[in-house]
Design a protein around this ligand. Structure first.
Ligand SMILES: Cc1ncc(COP(=O)(O)O)c(C=O)c1O
Length: 371
């Protein structure tokens, strides 16, 4: 039988995720599969928890990797925290804020939204005004809006949420591992991420953490969590305690991959990893501006790992992206929603965030624009 896997191109992944996966992580993925209740595997799970706590800067005991991609993490947070009729405020300035509102709405929450122009950040003053008019059980925001390249001011927003007593839910899918995430200092109650962005592991897991008061809230719910697979009150028994109880079969080899990816981050040093993202970003912006191109986002709100650049007038956006992939073996992303056809999204996530990759992209871009 012909095997398509024999002919996979080696593509430099510079889109909005997945990012390039280091060889060490590929090797980890191919380690021998253990049983999900095996004592040695439980040791690996405990180590993952410990490393995630460090990376998320949290003491939260309920810190784990949810089975499934970032959207599973999002769903897990909302489905465990929300009960029908709860009032939820979602701050939206891109695709993933919108997705949060959809998820909360499907759970029967009363969803209020505050929307901001795509490419601009959430404005804390407007959040304060909204919070002074109504009380909410949950306030949710995306830290790094991958659809636009905006870094939202999650720390400023956290102060407002603290005063309001609401639970603070933050999407760190694209930020974790690329810029600091300080869950405890920001008083975050529920946070989820994804493996395929700055952690440089293939997609498939969603690291997540829940504060003590969130665990209490989940334990004292009036109604059962309406989704069996993501019910934290059961999953906690697999990830915590001396005796573990089976809930669902853990994606064993994916967890090996995440473990290795986390070890690589801590071996390099988390500050150095963040700096590497910044350095690559600065070189990219410099190179794009030398070519006369314009960034979508104001400098103070730019994400180092997701660079939204306006497509120059007269350039066929999709055709150029195709040339990147087919002729230069580089993947970049296009715009979504109102930004479709107008921007490219260039990812510098995790292992991809290196100056040599930036130079390769810039040199390909020059050739493509010349045509
Ligand atoms: C900020 C953000 N949140 C959530 C998601 C959803 O994650 P996934 O596509 O892994 O389900 C993404 C994916 O790109 C994202 O960038």
């Amino acid at each position: 039988m012909k095997n398509l896997l024999d002919n996979i191109d080696e593509v430099l992944l510079m889109g909005p995720g997945p990012s390039c996966v280091p060889d060490e992580v590929y090797r980890a993925l191919s380690c021998k599969t253990l049983g999900h209740m095996d004592y040695y595997f439980i040791r690996i799970m405990d180590e993952i928890k410990d490393l995630l706590q460090k990376l998320m800067e949290t003491q939260n005991s309920l810190t784990l990797a949810v089975s499934g991609t970032g959207s599973a993490g999002m769903e897990t947070c909302f489905v465990n925290l929300i009960e029908r009729g709860d009032r939820v405020l979602i701050l939206i300035n891109g695709v993933f804020g919108k997705r949060m509102a959809d998820v909360a709405d499907r759970l029967g929450a009363q969803v209020d939204t505050l929307e901001f122009e795509w490419g601009t950040p959430v404005v804390p003053d407007q959040v304060a005004k909204k919070l002074s008019g109504k009380s909410y059980k949950i306030v949710a925001v995306v830290h790094a809006e991958t659809s636009t390249g905006v870094r939202n001011p999650v720390e400023e927003i956290s102060r407002l949420v603290k005063d309001s007593e609401a639970f603070y839910l933050v999407d760190c899918v694209t930020s974790l591992g690329g810029i600091p995430v300080e869950a405890d200092r920001w008083g975050v109650d529920a946070l989820y991420s994804g493996t395929q962005k700055c952690l440089s592991c293939p997609p498939g897991l969603s690291p997540a953490t829940f504060s003590k008061r969130t665990v209490e809230l989940i334990k004292n719910r009036k109604s059962k969590v309406p989704n069996w697979y993501l019910d934290m009150s059961m999953i906690i028994q697999y990830w915590e305690g001396k005796k573990r109880a089976y809930h669902h079969t853990a994606p064993i080899n994916m967890l090996y991959g995440l473990y290795q990816a986390l070890l690589l981050i801590f071996d390099e040093g988390i500050d150095r990893v963040h700096q590497r993202h910044l350095d690559a970003h600065q070189r990219l912006v410099e190179g794009l501006e030398e070519l006369g191109m314009e960034m979508l986002v104001q400098p103070e709100y730019r994400l180092p790992m997701l660079n939204a650049v306006k497509v120059p007038e007269g350039v066929d956006e999709a055709k150029a992206r195709n040339q990147f992939r087919k002729e230069h073996f580089i993947e970049i992303g296009g715009g979504l929603g109102p930004l479709a056809g107008k921007i490219w999204r260039i990812g510098l996530m995790g292992h991809t965030a290196r100056e040599e990759n930036v130079e390769r992209l810039l040199s390909a871009l020059k050739k493509i624009l010349k045509r």
